[in-house]
Design a protein around this ligand. Sequence first.
Ligand code: ADE
Length: 367
Amino acid sequence: MTIHLKPRSLRTFQSLLLAWYRAHRREFPWRADRDPYRIWVAEIMLQQTRIAAVIPYYDCFLRRFPDVRALARARQREVLKFWSGLGYYSRARNLHAAAKTIVAQHGGEFPRELEAALSLPGIGRYTAAAVLSIAYDAPLAVLDGNVARVLARLGAVRGDLRAPRAWRSLSETAQQLLAREAASDWNQALMELGETICTPHSPRCAACPIRRWCEARAEGLVDQIPAPRKKRAAVNIKIAAAILRDPHDRTLLMKDPGAHDGVFFSRMWQFPAIEVKRNARSELANHLRATLGVNGIALEALPEARHGVTFRNVTLLPFLAHVEQLPANAVIRGRVLPLESVAQVPISSATRKIAAAAAAAHTLHRH
Ligand code: ADE
């Protein structure tokens, strides 16, 4: 990729973008100060998750775990509870493990050295550069999807930006353009430009402070860059789940029951469930018999719910089953709790949707 700016032009380019950012930056809870812990948590939550979805979780998480020591001290299930619904739960497990390392090995301060930051669990090149630059002004350029789109349009880069060679070349360009004396604002300025002006669709070029350097605009290619990513073919999957309900309105959650639990239920508490092909009711009944020894119960189909996990389209098929007693063998491995309290333990969004279907059915039955 070719973005060659002469030194004077580079300085103009940098100061226009920095001035734009300082005038237009949005206030976010992680922009209130330069606390590396708060910036780190935000960067982890913002991976694969939209800003609007992150903000409420972020506020609750920081109220419960206000600093790295509070997070390091917490039980993992407490951390997962506060992550519950955000998805990609290994992020929370890594965050927790890294907090313990920071307390044990770095005196409770997020490391300032790139190598030390990179050796923490869950911290790759992007996150390390983001935290060290935003918190400490370390002269490290960040490259995420937003920044890559801005740079690709500036240099009219065709082809798949995520191809290793293209991405490497974009990283080099990002590093060359970096305003080294203002790395924190600079990196956030490029992200902000990508999020608010240089958007994937209908970018607002007229409001762009650096449009005079944009080759894509000069060549009329803004709508073609970046080139669409090659998507994996979607896979359709159906998961049937059983909400067992005893006369005291208690239900049973499990940890392992074999319905791709690592993918859909993220190794957290879930209803007994199984992937089904044709006859959801009978396949689920067989599964309950084989794994829990539950026989001859009536499974009442509740409204299905949709659940998208990257390239998978998941249809969740909840079934309600009234039982006299929850199966004793499963009670030992599983967890018994009032149906309305399932959100008190770490559950994924899929489990939350299934529980919501059961709660809605319960309200209907009562009225
Ligand atoms: N996306 C990822 N990190 C961000 C940040 N620090 N500010 C705004 N958007 C972001």
